[in-house]
Design a protein around this ligand. Structure first.
Ligand SMILES: [Zn+2]
Length: 157
């Protein structure tokens, strides 16, 4: 499942990528461009702009573009609505996409990260992943725990 999100919802973009969903953002002024990209790349439009949906409902339906109008400004609530609406398990694929460039992460051995991550990280972690595009290295301690904690909190509320 892939998404296209209003530029104003940067936090949501970040968290969807942490959860492993291919997510891009665009300026919501360019409505036709958003619809075109969503249609071409099979992306679901996430927006808080009800006028956008109201005005383009027919076009969206004609082109078979899925969308979800988000009511909340709070990213936790947005994630909860998205997960409920599309029946997503936000933990299942977490840590498979780079937060910065939206490209796949691949496993990298502990030996290969020696000298490339802080010493305490090297000593304390054994699983590492690297972005194929920007080369950034992530380890389970950084965002995975925060992601898991946040998702757990969202589901409890
Ligand atoms: Zn990257």
């Amino acid at each position: 499942m892939k998404f296209i999100v209003d530029l104003t919802m940067g936090k949501l973009v970040k968290w969807l990528r942490i959860a492993g969903y291919d997510t891009v953002f665009y300026n919501s002024v360019e409505v036709d461009r958003i619809i075109e990209i969503a249609s071409k790349e099979g992306r679901i439009i996430l927006t808080r702009n009800s006028n956008f949906i109201k005005r383009r409902k027919k076009t969206l339906e004609e082109r078979g573009v899925q969308y979800l109008l988000l009511a909340s400004e709070i990213v936790d609530m947005q994630l909860r609505d998205i997960a409920a609406h599309f029946m997503l398990n936000l933990k299942k694929n977490s840590f498979t996409i780079c937060i910065d460039c939206n490209k796949p992460l691949t496993n990298i051995s502990k030996e290969d990260v020696a000298g490339k991550v802080p010493e305490y990280v090297y000593q304390n972690y054994s699983e590492f992943v690297q972005c194929n595009s920007c080369g950034k290295i992530f380890w389970a301690g950084t965002h995975k725990k925060r992601m898991d904690d946040r998702i757990a909190a969202i589901l409890e509320n």
